[in-house]
Design a binder for this molecule. Structure first.
Ligand SMILES: Nc1ncnc2c1ncn2[C@@H]1O[C@H](COP(=O)(O)OP(=O)(O)O)[C@@H](O)[C@H]1O
Ligand SMILES: [Mg+2]
Length: 242
């Protein structure tokens, strides 16, 4: 696997402290998407989040990224309390620190794989830094995606998912938040992605992956189980990273 990640000093711990996030459904009943969730996501760890559909997994990933602001509790990255920043500050923090793989990918349909992969850099700078285009190509090739000129909407879902992952890794972020990153992949590519996420954690990144994939969960240092918005089980699996 050719995911290049620079080993650096350990990042601050990403953590959720007593986080509550409520939504109102169409009939204005309150849904507790996150109900008093507390957890630490240390650097160098691959944390898997499992649980049935609707249990709050995506909400937790979005809260960790500062996309969803909890009504109670806080999200912090070291001394930075992300959930207290304003929207613009949270966007800036996310761009500098988080690589996101969204459950629905959020690629730009009309752009080709390379342009989609380069999007985070476009948000950050007017001109692409030297070498970034090459890194994007390498990431795509590393995930088994030959360069294609056409729009990503012409690709299979499995291919789109891997473009989303390449994009998340472009700027070598310290935190990688991936929502079901192997859900659309065949066995071989799912294993490839699971191994890449494991390797990124080993290189010192904070890696959090929502997953239904037992092979990915088996590579995690910690498996968190959610149910009805609550974190109901935390299983640490010492030695998994050795
Ligand atoms: N934007 C939203 N508006 C209303 N309800 C939402 C919204 N996002 C999530 N929910 C609800 O919150 C609960 C948790 O959703 P989610 O975090 O997506 O769960 P999971 O990822 O485990 O399937 C579900 O009941 C879902 O319907
Ligand atoms: Mg989800």
């Amino acid at each position: 696997m050719t995911v290049t990640a620079t080993a650096t000093a350990p990042s601050p711990v990403l953590c959720a402290r007593q986080v509550r996030a409520d939504f109102a459904d169409a009939g204005s009943a309150i849904i507790h998407a996150l109900d008093n969730v507390s957890a630490n996501f240390p650097s160098g760890h691959l944390t898997a989040i499992v649980g049935p559909s609707g249990s709050g997994k995506t909400s937790l990933i979005h809260a960790l990224a500062g996309i969803l602001v909890p009504q109670h509790g806080e999200i912090a990255f070291g001394s930075t309390v992300i959930s207290r920043l304003n929207e613009r500050q949270r966007d800036t923090w996310r761009l500098a620190h988080c690589g996101m793989v969204f459950q629905d990918f959020r690629l730009i349909d009309e752009l080709d794989p390379l342009s989609n992969t380069l999007l985070p850099a476009q948000f950050r700078r007017a001109r692409l830094p030297d070498g970034l285009r090459e890194r994007a190509r390498e990431l795509l090739a590393g995930f088994g995606l030959p360069l294609r000129a056409g729009p990503v909407k012409a690709l299979s879902r499995g291919e789109q998912q891997r473009v989303a992952l390449a994009r998340a890794l472009l700027l070598d972020p310290p935190v990688i938040l991936a929502d079901e990153p192997t859900a659309s992949l065949d066995r071989e590519n799912a294993q490839r992605i699971a191994d890449a996420l494991r390797a990124l954690a080993r290189s010192g990144k904070t890696v959090v992956a929502v997953t239904h994939d037992e092979r990915l969960a088996a590579l995690a240092d910690t498996v968190l189980t959610m149910k009805s918005g609550q974190l109901i089980e935390t299983v640490a699996r010492p030695g998994v990273s050795e």
